[in-house]
Design a protein around this ligand. Structure first.
Ligand SMILES: *Cc1c(COP(=O)(O)O)cnc(C)c1O
Length: 431
């Protein structure tokens, strides 16, 4: 992955970005999806069903590359590791940021080269390090990012002396929920004040290529000051490290670019984020790197569910559907808001106040509460928006619910890319 260099690349990118706006809007709302097309998919493949539009994934990648023409853009694959998505992202020119041996494996299987893969070890199990070091022998350009001096020792024990990056704990967190802020959480990264010493001590033995930090997820317009502060701190750190050990290849300031989950929320102004990032980083030898996950896939995916049971309660109509917290965990885990639309409704259906609940025996198993929805009747299909990021990835089989199927769209044409799990699959591992 080479970064397009300098001001010329940047200007060209800007111009292209502006002219492409009409075909590549900054956000794709749930209301923009074709309801009849989604109903047809639900009928053909059954529900719950994830639908991933690979064309939208490509558009999101293109907008990122236009906003950051002189940076390396790395897709944080944990947002959606499906093969069809990874291939589309790779073909769109984004590198891969992997958080586990499994993600490294999936990136390689999707055609990524070692040079395009960064493995960021978070408290890595021995099995993960064994595996990644093993893969590194065949792919010596792979980069390993460590978040503790201890992990350096564990890599050394395994004979690793390749491309190393140090993750700093910048002491600045950002994000839409406490559970997604990582920047000031001691679990992540080497304490800021110890990074330069560690860098100096490992530089002779490993190929020290970069510094890394990640503030958290869901950076919005309001949270940009946190992002700016993190980048500034990383710029200062990079200058310190570069003065002591020589030029770095990159300074990776993480991901966390937010998407508007609510219909009325404005999209993130990517150009402003890019400008603020470059300005805050200041003068460093290393190339800027960013690691968006959610931004690449969130609005490329919807979840389709079917209404099973409608029940009139005192203060709301409880609409029971066949998707729940095991299909899409975000509402239960983060109190996350997802737009929901009745795609079976015609214009005559009046809006009611609905609580959409899943089939799991947990009170947290609701997709929304007291939401205005066009009257959903039994058998109607609902679409849940912005489900492409951390949707299928966080699905589980709790309550012995098989995980959903997934289709990918290319030019509007659907193909099944992940079959629905079966009841037999659920017991497959038992001996
Ligand atoms: C999760 C993660 C990201 C991506 O976060 P998004 O909010 O999906 O953009 C980037 N870098 C690291 C290290 C992460 O853990």
């Amino acid at each position: 992955m080479t970064a397009e260099g300098g001001d010329a690349g940047r200007t060209a990118g800007r111009t292209a970005g502006r002219t492409a706006d009409a075909e590549n809007p900054p956000v794709r709302r749930l209301s923009a999806w074709d309801a009849d097309g989604l109903v047809a998919l639900a009928e053909e493949y059954g529900t719950p069903l994830y639908v991933m539009d690979r064309d939208r994934v490509r558009q999101n990648c293109a907008r990122l590359r236009e906003a950051f023409p002189d940076a390396e853009v790395r897709y944080a694959v944990k947002a959606h590791t499906g093969r069809a998505v990874l291939e589309a992202v790779r073909e769109s020119g984004l590198a891969a940021e992997c958080a586990s041996a499994g993600e490294v494996e999936r990136a390689l299987a999707a055609g990524y080269e070692g040079a395009e893969i960064q493995y960021t070890a978070v408290n890595p199990p021995a099995r993960d390090l064994d595996h990644v070091v093993d893969r590194w022998r065949d792919h010596p350009e792979l980069t390993v990012t460590v978040g503790a001096a201890d992990t350096v020792d564990r890599l050394r024990e395994r004979g690793f002396d390749g491309r190393l990056c140090i993750r700093a704990n910048p002491g600045v967190g950002a994000g839409h929920h406490e559970k997604v802020r990582t920047g000031a959480n001691a679990k992540f990264g080497v304490p800021y004040d110890e990074v330069a010493d560690l860098a100096e001590s490992v530089a002779g033995e490993f190929e020290l290529v970069g510094l890394h930090a990640h503030a958290g997820s869901g950076i919005s317009g309001e949270d940009l000051s946190n992002h700016r502060e993190l980048v500034e701190r990383m710029g200062n750190l990079a200058r310190e490290v570069e003065s002591r050990v020589g030029p770095l290849e990159f300074v990776d300031v993480g991901g966390g670019f937010g998407v508007p989950y609510r219909e009325e929320e404005p999209p993130l102004d990517l150009e402003s984020v890019a400008d603020a990032t470059r300005e805050a980083l200041g003068d460093v030898s290393g190339t800027l790197a960013v690691e968006p996950g959610r931004y690449v896939v969130a609005d490329a995916g919807v979840l389709l569910a079917r209404v099973n049971t409608v029940k009139q309660a005192a203060d709301a109509t409880v609409v029971g559907v066949d998707a729940g917290m095991t299909t899409l965990l975000r509402p239960a885990m983060y109190d996350a808001y997802h737009e929901i639309r009745n795609i079976s409704s015609d214009d005559n259906d009046e809006a009611i106040s609905a609580t959409v609940a899943g089939p799991i025996c947990e009170s947290a198993d609701v997709l929304c509460e007291n939401r205005s929805l066009a009257n959903p009747r039994r058998g109607a299909y609902l679409a849940v928006g912005n489900a492409g990021a951390y949707g299928y990835e966080m699905a589980s089989t709790y309550n012995s619910r098989p995980r959903p199927a997934e289709v990918a769209l290319d030019g509007g044409k659907a193909r099944l890319v992940r079959r629905r799990e079966t009841l037999t699959d659920l017991t497959e591992l038992e001996q």
